[in-house]
Ligand binder design. Structure first.
Ligand SMILES: Cc1cc2nc3c(=O)[nH]c(=O)nc-3n(C[C@H](O)[C@H](O)[C@H](O)COP(=O)(O)O)c2cc1C
Length: 360
């Protein structure tokens, strides 16, 4: 009997279990990535919030902490994206993840370098276009997922994408245990990808005060807002998140300006530069100037929670699943628990492992 947990995803990425630790800005730092990989999952380093100069030291730090393969997440809209692409190719990372952005040429460059392209998509049309661009595998994130999120739930989006594409698919959005893994494999996915569940581990370097807010949150404490940067994003309620959600154009501008001063202290970006960035963001239409400025300073609000440990004055992106999680296992404990639970589900269903694999 073959092991149902040894899937195409494991072959493609070289990890032991079909579990991805997804990239999360200021969260998926080297310590978490290495712990996830050492536990047998496949971790993605969150480089989409890094300056180009920070990427090489972060990759080297992961390599100092683990000899397992790992990937790096980036976005084409971040400053110096071309340089980051060159860096990832030079450093020969095993895989890259991204949202929309890299074109066919960049994807071909990665693939020629033997680097697997594993984008995350939240809609069927994006899954189709990514497959056309030549990616190796898709992470399909249902609307339950953390961070920016779509509106179609995993139970609908996953089979929809599986029916439409030929590349291997990994399920994301609302996964956190072995039942979810067994269900995803039964759908025909090759594994699961989890963000929030890995944030809620002891190995995650986010300060304890912030992790406690994730533990305390029920599903009623979690909401979706478009007010931070114009796109739907799921959050845990906090003082700042609630002020943003309630604000009108004037109070939004006031709140954004106050934080802009703070961002200047942290990053050195002048208020003039921030106003320029905000003005750029309003060009596409749809955002008021106050909203655009808020989008430009959102990083400082996330850093307050994820780095400074001040969740009330910060923003906490989350998947809906935080509402049912109440513990902080180590990555090793988490992965072993998921593997055990998944095997228990298969045994309870009496499904011969080989048949299950054939469904994938
Ligand atoms: C705190 C947080 C930060 C995130 N930051 C990023 C990011 O920087 N880049 C990205 O592509 N996705 C980001 N995401 C989305 C995750 O990579 C992942 O797709 C999502 O969390 C999966 O849903 P789950 O939380 O239900 O597991 C973030 C999610 C969370 C919860």
């Amino acid at each position: 009997m073959g092991d149902p947990l040894h899937t195409v995803m494991c072959e493609l990425l070289g990890c032991r279990y079909p579990i991805i630790q997804t990239a999360m800005g200021w969260v998926a730092r080297p310590e978490l990535v290495a712990a996830a990989c050492n536990a047998g999952a496949f971790g993605f380093l969150a480089a989409a919030v890094m300056k180009a100069d920070e990427v090489v030291p972060a990759i080297d730090r992961v390599r100092a902490l683990t000899d397992r393969p790992f990937g790096v997440n980036f976005h084409m809209f971040q400053p110096d994206a071309e340089r980051i692409v060159d860096t990832l190719i030079a450093k020969k990372v095993v895989a890259v993840s991204f949202g929309r952005g890299p074109d066919k040429k960049i994807i071909a460059r990665f693939r020629d370098a033997g680097i697997k392209c594993v984008p995350t998509v939240g809609a069927l049309k994006h899954a189709r276009s990514m497959e056309e661009l030549g990616v190796d595998m898709l992470v399909v994130q249902g609307g339950e997922g953390g961070g920016h999120t779509g509106s179609v739930a995993s139970t609908v989006l996953l089979p929809q994408v599986l029916d439409a594409v030929k590349v291997p698919v990994v399920a994301a959005g609302g996964f956190g245990d072995g039942r979810g893994l067994a269900a995803a494999l039964a759908f025909g996915a090759q594994g699961i990808a989890m963000g929030t569940r890995f944030l809620m581990t002891r190995d995650c370097p986010v300060p304890q005060q912030t992790k406690q807010r994730y533990i305390a949150a029920s599903t009623d404490d979690i909401f979706v807002t478009t007010k931070v940067d114009g796109l739907p994003q799921r959050m845990i309620h906090s003082r700042v998140a609630n002020r943003i959600e309630r604000s009108g154009p004037v109070s939004m501008l006031a709140l954004a300006l106050t934080s802009a001063w703070q961002l200047k202290r942290i990053t050195g970006a002048s208020v003039g530069q921030l106003l320029g960035a905000a003005r750029e963001m309003t060009r596409g239409g749809g955002l008021t100037f106050g909203q655009a400025l808020m989008a430009a300073i959102a990083p400082v609000l996330f850093q307050r929670s994820m780095l400074a440990g001040d969740p009330d004055q910060g923003l906490m992106a989350t998947g809906l699943i935080a509402g049912r999680l109440g513990d902080l296992p180590s990555c090793e404990e988490l992965v072993q628990r998921i593997v055990r639970e998944a095997h228990e589900r298969f045994a309870a269903l009496g499904v011969p492992p080989r048949e299950l694999r054939a469904a994938g």
